[in-house]
Design a protein around this ligand. Structure first.
Ligand code: ADP
Ligand code: MG
Length: 338
């Protein structure tokens, strides 16, 4: 009646599951998350850096002559992918002594002092709050409006590309019985809807500030849904922490994201999510098999013992034999073809 078969094979099964999940690209931070993965019915994605590459190209510059230079100076202290793309497009050295008072406003843009003049850079929502009229661009993309001392200077449009793994990743989730896929973004609705229609995601919410993303996630989590959030941590670390399972991009993701997340995708490939869900199902199946098999044999031998029908080798089998079989069964998780 010694429970060693259970005590050894269950943790071993979970370890095997964690090992198998890391082989398919998902580092899971604990057995509890591995068990929860199979129950996910809603997967919520951040857009920039998660569904898209997060490496923007400047596609339009419209306004004052030195707009790109001002854009690059303004953005030079930001880590946002948009900022890095503008600095890259400028492609000249930045004299940081000309920059002061840099303030980033999450989900909106930033304010900065360049050569003793106050500049604002950001999206339409931000400019609307500042009471500055903006012009509309010709190209589809994320727009960075620029103003100097409340005078509108013009805009720079940057465009991102959808990751190669995004479409298969979302289709695989449907096959893994995830009934709802959602995109949350701080970007403008035209860009958001353009991308959502291309990749076949079920729901889109755009123009969200980091705190709106949390509220939206909480709404989705109501009615007993198990919700995973996938993000890169730029403006979405609170959402990662709040979700049932937070999944971070290991490559492009920020350190905060990797810290706040329960699962880290090692190569930023979202097809790993469906694979990890499969590992979770299989691990669960093997663990149940072990519990059932172990208890049946042990109870069977105990009952037979009551009637004096057992002997020493049956006792040894019910203890060590069952333990070895359960261990071997747990190891199957590692060698399962995915
Ligand atoms: P997403 O939800 O797509 O990951 P973010 O929440 O990071 O996007 O940003 C939302 C929006 O805020 C961006 O689309 C952009 O318009 C604006 N924004 C954020 N940071 C910056 C920045 N450094 N420079 C200009 N605009 C920015
Ligand atoms: Mg983001």
């Amino acid at each position: 009646s010694c429970p060693c078969a259970l005590v050894i094979s269950i943790p071993l099964g979970l370890y095997a599951g964690l090992g198998k999940a890391s082989k398919v690209g998902a580092l899971i931070k604990g057995g509890n998350y591995l068990e929860l993965l199979k129950d996910i019915d809603t997967v919520v994605f951040d857009k920039t850096g998660t569904l898209t590459e997060g490496s923007f190209e400047v596609v339009e510059i419209n306004g004052a002559d030195d707009l790109l230079m001002l854009g690059a100076y303004g953005e030079s202290m930001s880590n946002h992918p948009i900022a890095r793309s503008i600095v890259k497009a400028y492609n000249k050295g930045i004299d940081s002594t000309r920059i002061e008072d840099f303030k980033e406003i999450a989900g909106k843009g930033l304010s900065v002092v360049i050569d003793q003049k106050q500049y604002e850079l950001g999206n339409e929502k931000y400019f609307h709050e500042l009471g500055i009229e903006v012009s509309q661009p010709q190209s589809i993309g994320t727009i960075v409006h620029i103003a100097c001392q409340k005078q509108y200077l013009g805009h720079i449009v940057v465009a991102d590309v959808i990751k190669e793994s995004t479409m298969p990743g979302i289709q695989d989730l449907k096959k893994a019985h995830v009934s709802n896929t959602v995109m949350l973004t701080g970007d403008h609705s035209t860009v958001a809807r353009d991308i959502a229609s291309k990749i076949g995601i079920d729901q889109v919410y755009s123009d969200l500030l980091p705190q709106d993303k949390v509220t939206q996630l909480e709404k989705l989590m109501g009615n007993d849904h198990v919700v995973a959030f996938v993000g890169d941590g730029i403006n979405d670390a609170p959402v990662l922490a709040r979700s049932d399972i937070g999944i971070a991009m290991g490559g492009v993701g920020s350190d905060v994201a990797i810290e706040a997340a329960d699962v880290v995708l090692m190569s930023d490939d979202i097809t790993s999510i469906a694979k990890a869900i499969q590992v979770s199902h299989y691990t669960n199946f093997i663990l149940k098999e072990n519990v059932t098999f172990t208890l049946l044999i042990k109870i069977g031998v105990l009952v037979l013992t009551l009637f004096g029908l057992t002997n020493m080798w049956m006792g040894v089998f019910a203890d060590v034999g069952v333990t070895l079989i359960a261990i071997c069964n747990s190891m199957r998780i590692l060698y399962k073809k995915s």
